[in-house]
Write a protein that binds this ligand. Structure first.
Ligand SMILES: [Zn+2]
Length: 334
């Protein structure tokens, strides 16, 4: 059994018999699979397997040199770096530009590792393509039944109205969201809105990389307080105390995050509004994904891993949490 002994260590998944690490957040040996360029899925590995956009974004974020196995979606490459040789195929995850799932074949067995993913089509990334596998290792960020995203067209219309309303009152709208992924989704989703955007430096540099891969965006530029008054700002939540923002007289802030499904989100972000746009699968889509993969065994990780594993067991799946204490994970093995 090639996937025996699967572990969750240092934020990533380890398949010891294959000698393969998936998304660890600390440097690991061998060719390490990096699903996408969010910082909690990367580290300074010496050898990586990933898509070209993820490689370019990783270079921008981490710098340094490493051996890169750049694979196209659907391309398969053979590796031998443990006891059992395996083939690795990257499939689009629909999470952010360049994000991929790892489809691993070893002997007669297959495993699909989703990384972060979503099934809803996005404006700035490739549509998700699931594949049937014997073992599924899935993220469960929104793995609780109450996490059901509202219709996304409604949210986009409300977000546009928020921005237009603020600008019409000579107030600068500030969209608080991550520099990679959601920034580009907002810029692509509002490409034809007539709005112009001013971006935090980090978001600006990552958007330029994404633009080099052919994504169309609304007009955007790097933030300059002298020219920002008629623009929509995009700013990471972690930089809201930046002195640059104090140079604008009136701001109206909105959080752009899937966590806006929680009523408390607006208060936690100290925002005037919150919009539930997410690059993760919500609970119904997590269930849908498992149904499509038809796995004999499911391992869950991140967010509500134990709750979602329990929900799967109630539906007849052989499921256990990999990233949270879960008594069943001790006895199942695969
Ligand atoms: Zn991510």
């Amino acid at each position: 059994m090639p996937f025996t002994g699967i572990q969750y260590v240092h934020g990533g998944v380890h398949l010891p018999r294959l000698g393969l690490w998936l998304d660890p957040s600390r440097p690991k040996p061998g060719a390490v699979f990096v699903s996408h360029a969010h910082s909690d899925h990367m580290a300074r590995h010496t050898e990586v397997v990933l898509t070209a956009p993820t490689a370019d974004l990783m270079r921008l974020r981490l710098g340094g040199q490493r051996t890169e196995h750049r694979l196209d979606y659907g391309q398969t490459k053979s590796f031998r770096q443990g006891e059992i040789p395996f083939q690795l195929t990257l499939l689009p995850a629909g999470h952010i530009l360049g994000s991929s799932m790892a489809y691993i074949q070893a002997g007669s067995q297959s495993l699909l590792y989703t990384g972060d993913f979503k099934l809803r089509p996005g404006f700035s990334c490739e549509p998700c393509q699931l594949r049937q596998a014997d073992v599924l290792v899935t993220e469960t960020t929104f793995g609780r039944p109450q996490y059901v995203l509202p219709p996304q067209e409604t949210i986009w219309a409300e977000l546009l109205a928020f921005c237009q309303g603020a600008l019409s009152e000579d107030v600068t709208p500030v969209l608080m969201t991550y520099s990679l992924g959601k920034t580009q989704e907002v810029l692509a989703g509002l490409a034809d809105s007539g709005l112009s955007f001013a971006l935090h430096e980090q978001a600006y540099r990552m958007t330029q990389v994404c633009e080099s891969y052919g994504v169309s965006f609304a007009p955007y530029e790097a933030f300059d307080p002298l020219f920002a008054r008629d623009k929509v700002l995009i700013w990471p939540p972690s930089a809201m105390k930046s002195a640059l923002l104090t140079e604008l007289p009136r701001l109206r802030k909105a959080a752009i995050t899937g966590w806006a499904m929680d009523a408390s989100c607006k208060f936690r972000y100290r925002a005037d509004a919150a919009f539930a746009l997410s690059d993760h699968a919500d609970f119904p889509d997590l269930l849908e994904a498992v149904g499509r993969v038809q796995p004999k065994q499911v391992w869950t990780l991140h967010g509500s891993a134990a709750t979602f594993a329990d929900a799967l067991r109630q539906r007849g799946y052989n499921a256990a949490a990999l990233s949270e204490p879960d008594q069943l994970s001790l006895v199942l093995g695969c």
